[in-house]
Ligand binder design. Structure first.
Ligand code: 13P
Ligand code: SF4
Length: 436
């Protein structure tokens, strides 16, 4: 199976049939760095509104824009050889193959956060993922280390759906409603839990208010942690991960109101909030929103016996209709654990799905979504930018460094360390069809 980039190019030239959600995906990401109006760029988040002041990437020098993939690969390889242990390259599962091939560590956001803090020998951590992951690496890395995302415009539309001002405003309203005193069991009125996919400011907010960070691989463990310490949870920014996780833990949907930051009391009555167990922020991932129950029904009709695995950022109906849901790491391990040739339909980002299909030729593995539509922001990292930042390091120049100010980093570190101390939990939905 060819890479997603190659597939997009082949579809564009008509060499293979297929549909891509935006023809612009066939262009290099630098085309979008240059546009006067910032946007997430082509891909799943192209319809989302980017906040004013989001980080932008300056123009990539022409020599990197015009180089062939083979030339870039040779230059990246040479720069890495020269830098040796002085650099570590981290790659998220959703990165394109052309980038992932150079990663020293490939993983989900939890694994990459751990990798960042466990490579103290590296002066530079080149983070091929999105902005919040690079911020997290900077918070966990040593003061002698610089964290470098190859393209500063690689944000996350979901992370951007909760900003610190709106969360603080929400918190004030909730404090007015619930008070601030613990109950007879010593539990706080409310504990904030932020998904890893959030700005450093929100992680800092959680650290300052007795809260914690979670990832999709430990969300139920983290919610248990929070329920031991609080009567209820404010969960941001992803409503779906919050709902799917709490539902699997037995929290009724009627006790999970949604907080819309544009409405007073988030659009809820005082009675609804008084009864709440988990208050869900009105955020979502545009990659995972594309998956539907209809796609699962179609896969089941066409491939009887198919195993459907989805990420818990998918809507609840999709998670309910799947055989199992879990983090990117869970999906990879579930496939690796299948001993017999199996057909898998997957609901997560297309780069990861295609890679799994290549790695496991004994299985039939395909995306639930027939349209090729990668994450817009993961797509903003291209080998051209990787070569650019690595060759700069060889010259002694640090480009694109992410620095989280210590007043934000200190409380964010507390919230992250609480999470890292909690063990990664079980998949959100018991994986009864997987394994053995
Ligand atoms: P993981 O935490 O599973 O790596 O997912 C990160 C992400 O961005 C999912 O959309
Ligand atoms: Fe953000 Fe969704 Fe992309 Fe993950 S897949 S980085 S949550 S937009």
């Amino acid at each position: 199976m060819s890479s997603v980039d190659t597939t997009i190019q082949l579809i564009r030239t008509g060499a293979i049939p297929g549909t891509v959600c935006s023809p612009d995906l066939a262009d290099g990401p630098w085309v979008f760095d240059r546009q006067p109006e910032p946007s997430y760029g082509p891909g799943s988040s192209m319809g989302d509104i980017i906040p004013v002041g989001s980080p932008r990437q300056g123009q990539l020098p022409a020599e990197y824009r015009t180089a062939s993939n083979n030339e870039l690969a040779a230059r990246i390889h040479a720069a890495k050889q020269t830098l040796g242990d002085r650099v570590v390259v981290l790659g998220h599962f959703y990165q394109r193959d052309e980038v992932v091939q150079f990663a020293d560590f490939i993983g989900d956001s939890f694994q990459l956060a751990n990798a960042a803090r466990s490579t103290p020998a590296a002066e530079a951590i080149v983070f091929c993922g999105v902005h919040f992951m690079a911020e997290t690496a900077d918070i966990l890395a040593g003061p002698h280390q610089s964290v470098i995302p190859p393209n500063l415009a690689a944000g996350c539309s979901m992370a951007d759906m909760a900003d610190i001002d709106s969360v603080e405003e929400c918190w004030e309203q909730l404090a007015e409603l619930y008070g601030t005193q613990p109950d007879a069991d010593g539990r706080a009125p409310i504990i904030p839990v932020t998904y890893m996919n959030s700005s450093a400011a929100l992680k800092g907010f959680c650290g300052d208010h007795g809260g914690i960070v979670c990832t999709s691989s430990n969300a139920s463990t983290v919610l248990e942690w929070a329920f031991e310490r609080g009567q209820r949870v404010l969960f941001f920014p992803d409503q779906h991960l919050g709902r799917n996780t709490a539902k699997a833990m037995g929290v009724p949907l009627t006790r999970m109101p949604m907080w819309n930051p544009r409405k007073p009391l988030g659009g809820n009555s005082r009675a609804e909030l008084a009864d709440a167990r988990v208050i869900l922020w009105h955020g979502f991932c545009s990659v995972h929103k594309r998956f539907s129950v209809g796609q699962i029904e179609k896969a089941r009709a066409e491939f009887p016996g198919v195993t459907v695995l989805v990420h818990p950022e998918c809507p609840m109906e999709v998670v309910d209709a799947a055989d199992a849901a879990g983090s990117t790491d869970f999906i990879g391990k579930a496939i690796a654990a299948a001993s017999e040739p199996t057909t898998f339909a997957i609901g997560t980002e297309i780069n990861m799905v295609n890679r799994l299909a290549t790695q496991h030729p004994q299985h039939t593995i395909f995306s639930l979504d027939p349209v090729v539509c990668p994450c817009s922001t993961m797509y903003r990292i291209h080998p051209g930018y990787l070569a650019w930042v690595l060759e700069a390091l060889v010259r002694g120049e640090v480009l694109n460094q992410i620095t989280v100010p210590e007043r934000v980093a200190a409380p964010a570190r507390i919230a992250l360390e609480r999470m890292l101390a909690a063990k990664p939990g079980a998949p959100v939905v018991p994986a009864d069809v997987i394994g053995d």
